[in-house]
Design a protein. Sequence first.
Length: 318
Amino acid sequence: MRELRRDPITNDIVVLAKNRSKRPMDKVRFQCDKEIKEEYKEDCPFCRGNEKHTESPTFEIKGKDGWLVRSVYNKYPIVDSLSEEIYGEHEVMIDTNRHDGSFYNMSENEFLYLLKMYKHRYEHMSKNEKVKYISIFKNFLRGAGASLLHPHSQIISLSIVPPEIENEINISEKYYNKYKKSLYEAIIEDELKYGHRIIHNHRDYLVIVPEITKYGGEIRVLFKCNKRFEELKERDLEELAKIFRNLFKKIYNVQGYNPFNICIHTHPLNTPKSKNSHFHTHIHIIPRKYSFGGFELGTDVYVSSINADKLAKRLRFD
């Protein structure tokens, strides 16, 4: 039996067809990225010791042997300060000095350094009054759009609010106007009551596998309170570092070394805070094992064959 549903956060239309996961597939070997084993690579511009190949750093955290995380201007930016139509800055944030480092094997401390860098660059870019939104994202491996394999994230400030964010805010605003309640609080309440799609329930965050999403196997980290990204304290970053460490260790053990994207959806900037009081910061973790077919691309209707309950159970941690 098929069900036609809508993602409550994005309003994407999704057909639930769980039995499609059983359809026959040709027994061919898909090309995939091999797991990196070298800690240092001489021709990698992001490895520690090869700093001459990158721009001067905008931020660093250093240890006894040199920098641990580092942010630099992107040599090939999506936006810059020269255009009158879209203004912004684009930086590459190097997750770790280790070429073989990844979210799958980083330590809790490494995640903490990374999150501190995210916040520092976010705060710095947000001081520019022209900036309306700051996007933090990560492409891991070629299958997720990475041009270089050394682990890195990116941050871009924009003079516009992206359509995807406007869409999520408009949906949450309509929900609030109708029910006088935050959409995100309602989703969290429903997920806690149901229980089976929860990966981890923390005091301040809920990690779930959403049942309705156009990305098969997506994971979302929902902030339980309406805290803006720039308002995160040291304790918040420490807790998120623990969650990331445990979550990606589980993903690796269950699903292996696969490409993924991370998108942190934050509040718009330089707008009245009350306008977005119903919106919650949240994180989309999107596996890139599957690609859209002609039906999805031609109709903007998506098909999900993932059993969210079963996946959440396999990924669950305390």
